[in-house]
Design a protein around this ligand. Sequence first.
Ligand code: BES
Ligand code: ZN
Length: 883
Amino acid sequence: MDIARTPTTPDGNIEMADAAVEPKDPPEIRREDYTPFAWLVPETHLEFELGLESTRVRSKLTVVHNDKVSRSPTIRLNGDGLVPTSVTVDGTPTQAFAMDGDDLILTLDDNAHEIGIETEIDPSANSQLMGLYASNGMLCTQCESEGFRRITFFPDRPDVLSTYTVKMSGPKAQFPILLCNGNKVAEGEDGADHWAEWHDPWPKPSYLFALVAGDLVARNDSFTTMNGREVELNVWVRDGDLDRTEHAMESLKRSMKWDEEVFGREYDLDLYNIVAVSDFNMGAMENKGLNVFNTKYVLADPETATDGDFDGVEGVIGHEYFHNWSGNRITCRDWFQLSLKEGFTVLRDQLFSQDMGSEPVKRIEDVRVLRGAQFPEDSGPLAHPIRPDSYREISNFYTATVYNKGAEVIRMMRTMAGEEAFRKGTDLYFDRHDGEAATCEDFVKSIEDGAGLDLTQFRLWYSQAGTPKVSVELAHEGDDAVLTLSQVVPDTPGQTGKKPMPIPLKIALFDRESAKHSGEQLVVLDKASDTFRFPGFAQLPVLSINRTFSAPVTISRNIERSDLVFLARHDDDPFARYEAMQDLMVGHLVAASKGELGDDDRAAGTTDIVSALRSVIADEALDDLMRGELLSMPSQTYIMEQIEAADPGRIFEEREALKATIGTELKDELHRLYERVEAVPYSQSAEAKGARKLKTLVLVYASASDPQKAAELAAHQYDRADNMTDRQGALMVLTGIDSAERTGRLLHFYNRYRDNALVVDKWFSLQAMSLHPNVIEHVKALAQHEDFTMKNPNRVRSLYMAFAANPHGFHAASGEGYKLIADLILELDPVNAQTAARFVPSLGRWRKMEPARSAMMREQLERIAAAPKLSRDTFEQVTRSLG
Ligand code: BES
Ligand code: ZN
């Protein structure tokens, strides 16, 4: 049988790759087509002869039929750009294999076998940073989702679990440190070469494989688990970076302790290694026992990292650690189940960070991310359910929907069950599915059984895309407050006529005189429309709804501005108070941008906003971190999302005008606030972080009301700063003000930090994010800077992601911003497709914009689509965006 000509290989692989398919039209993979793999691979032995330009890989796989599936005479081993230099079955060289596209297909008889395959790869030529690649003279791997097939032929799918033993060898001088998953079981020397053998006792899918070889040094520590086992901890970095690893190590220990206390999860190996690499597509990767991290999420000290960076390190370290249970011990059956591990682990890292710092501020930050990234995704051409139904390139589905909405969906179950019952549900899940490749349905069923909830209707959250819109009306009948709620789940590409979903809303009804309520309540709206009565109200109360953002929905209500002012002053839920403050400003800016605001309304609106902000500044019960949230203006992007056919130019002007009014009206209060917080010395305490947040916020307001004065103040803050938060905040404000201070401090910053890649990234970002009128010219010039390179994803993102997220530049009326991003996508696509594709969604928002911009955005998408050779990643994103 010539298998290469037989496109339907009954081997149970969901990816029926067809060799005849053009790279431009990759096949669609569908969730409903899932079939288990017909073979088991109980053991995998790998041998690496390491070299930067040439690495030889020898694999030995033991394979047996999977008894749960009907037998198949063939086995498909995925490859990606590999050539087999030798193939053996049970030790005997064989020609009885065929190539089907990039995959290798072997015909085997009924027995168990040992397959041996040799390949040779060139890590230094790997610019995609998937598989085995070179970074700064070291070798490292990234295998999720489908990178392992760029190293060796293998059933590269998450439901094939295997126990790995790995031997690697190479020149000792070049690669003094050799790391892999699990524990080191042997090592030795052989002339100038040395070798190490590692064994990972926990069966795992290929995407969790990792190997690192290079000249690294470690911060070493240990952790004693709840059952008294001692775990060796290492954070590996390049020589010279060691003194910036303390925060990462402390975060790791806090994560380990927290997961024991809050989820009852204990670590399960004697060793936990983290390696920082500077060329990395993502933030970090949870490979079993050997996490690989982007340096951005490991290295931090006060001199070079902001408070936000410190929080980022803690959150990502936590996230990858928590995957050890939610991802590694229980993995995903197929990539459609990605939210099983990512949504749940994001929730776990969010709860961890809430416990480590300020709970409400963390919640506000997470909601801001959700609204800034996921809501737009959910209302645009790339909308998909948290458990997608189909994809062409799985890398495109590591989205805010799968991650952040996924986390919100699980958070809702927790809210409905209560913390204790939810814990019973997660205990049952970990117990029931340990060692398995599971599904989202397995998770929901475990929570249902363990927590004692009926989640029948709730499962719709997994299958329906789109952000539900909840309309709210509050009436007063006799002594009752009557709440009428209705929901609409909007149509999304490929999905119409959706069903109502259960929406848990925390509410409180405030008495207008006492500004108190008699207890928060949870109402669950599970019909298209429903009415809830609350007795005992002599007059109409003020409604606080979706407190703590208990459901990921948009709320539409006709609320008096005076009620928003009331809530902005009195709401005892910090999130709801923040929300009222934001609504006050958003309402004003939306009306103003649409030209719907008469002079009187404008004056009344600003008066209310200013007086609410004034009481926030004066409120002594608030901590400064929370005060900073309450005093922050809504982003341009968020305002844009509220308007059909939005005109970003108009929004920018209105927002700057309001900022200037606030700066002018509250000049004295803000000045006194600055003086107070300026006196707080540097530390990592919440108080000191809050102080730093307020310092820069005051500069932001001043920059609109009195730019020249603000430039002086910012330069002063910059010059006397003893930490990166103050320095970066000052420089951020300066980049928007055409002044001598701007040029001088930007130059100073670069010269001071030119040898620190992560800080140079900040220097690029600050200029790309700036409100300066010439931001496009600045970005073009920076792209020619000697430190700019398309090869390093952090650097590319620091310039271009920052720019694409800056409406002032990206949406410039000329359309030049769109062209700049389209040019970038085309240039980056052949170098690093995964990173290139991540820029497409910004252009995909074309339907939301006013006609002129809309047409120009579309034109750029069409230009990309017409390019002769596009990666699968970019092709899929562009065609769906044009949709
Ligand atoms: N498993 C992912 C890393 C990953 C993402 C690999 C996409 C391959 C493709 C990891 O656990 C992760 O989610 N990392 C996030 C950070 C996290 C804190 C949300 C990332 O890298 O952005
Ligand atoms: Zn993750």
